[in-house]
Design a protein around this ligand. Structure first.
Ligand SMILES: NC(=O)c1ccc[n+]([C@@H]2O[C@H](COP(=O)([O-])OP(=O)(O)OC[C@H]3O[C@@H](n4cnc5c(N)ncnc54)[C@H](OP(=O)(O)O)[C@@H]3O)[C@@H](O)[C@H]2O)c1
Length: 253
């Protein structure tokens, strides 16, 4: 199946490693130009080099997406290089693990900026161009926690649900401009984030017994779902929350 991604421009947030990196790589393999970002310049440049070797056009911009100034700089750099962004994938690192009483009001504000603030800022930055051309794809990377809270991850459980609410609202508002908006919920996927969660709590390594497919996911398996939603082929799919979790979520819908 041709995904129709040639000549598209994709901005993939927080993409020097992990899920974002796998998404950027796959979109590039499918013919899109990609803008990638992250805070650490070395890992970002390494990823940019790897994606360039596929033959794709790549712009790598460093900065912290939780920070409004950095975010504006990243958006401006992307629009200067490409003029338009057709596909926006929102993402950042996850907030720290812990239970309610271990967090201060400041921690909540930080997590809100990191997850919700970054998504709002990026949509604000790229929406005008999508509306103008009457074509766009907005895809949020959130978590299985949106549908089933994960133990010891209260910040993530609470704030990610607000990102899913934002995306569903946007799907209602932006359909008229031929812009689809969807939410993709990774389950336990083998990235640096998962390694850290297991370091903090070795019991996480055993959750494979709760996953019907019996193993952790690979970033490439997650990226395949995002690439499809970003594609021309997914033109009638909007407002969905798609889990890529090996079956971990226990609800029927
Ligand atoms: N992997 C899983 O099992 C899993 C499951 C559910 C949800 N998630 C969520 O999915 C998201 C991605 O996870 P991952 O596993 O890919 O994490 P990861 O392996 O730690 O990678 C995170 C990427 O985001 C960049 N990044 C982090 N914070 C950033 C910021 N503020 N501004 C710009 N770039 C930033 C990192 O680079 P720098 O550090 O250099 O900035 C890195 O490239 C996280 O929110 C995570 O909580 C992951």
């Amino acid at each position: 199946m041709d995904l129709g991604l040639k000549n598209k421009v994709a901005f993939v947030a927080a993409s020097s490693q992990g899920l974002g990196r796998a998404v950027a790589k796959l979109l590039a393999e499918e013919g899109a130009s990609v803008i990638i970002c992250g805070r650490n310049i070395e890992t970002l440049e390494e990823t940019a080099k790897e994606i360039k070797s596929i033959g794709a056009r790549v712009l790598a911009v460093t900065g912290d997406l939780s920070d409004a100034k950095d975010r504006d700089h990243i958006i401006a750099a992307a629009l200067k290089e490409f003029e338009k962004v057709d596909i926006l994938v929102t993402n950042t690192g996850g907030p720290p693990a812990g239970q309610f009483e271990s967090f201060s009001q400041k921690d909540w504000e930080k997590a809100t900026q990191q997850l919700l603030g970054s998504a709002v800022g990026l949509v604000n930055g790229f929406l005008p161009g999508m509306k103008k051309q009457k074509w766009g794809r907005i895809i949020a990377i959130t978590s299985q926690a949106v549908k089933q809270p994960v133990n010891n991850l209260v910040l993530s459980n609470a704030v990610r649900a607000s990102v899913a609410g934002l995306m569903k609202s946007l799907s209602n508002e932006l359909g008229q401009y031929n812009i689809t908006v969807n939410n993709v919920m990774p389950g336990y996927t083998q990235t640096a984030r998962l390694v850290k969660l297991i370091e903090n709590n070795p019991a996480v390594a055993n959750v494979t017994s709760e996953i019907p497919l019996g193993r952790f996911g690979q970033p490439e398996e997650f990226a395949a779902a995002v690439a499809f939603l970003a594609s021309e082929r997914a033109s009638y799919i909007t407002g969905v929350s798609l889990a890529v979790d090996g079956g971990w979520i226990k609800s029927i819908l």
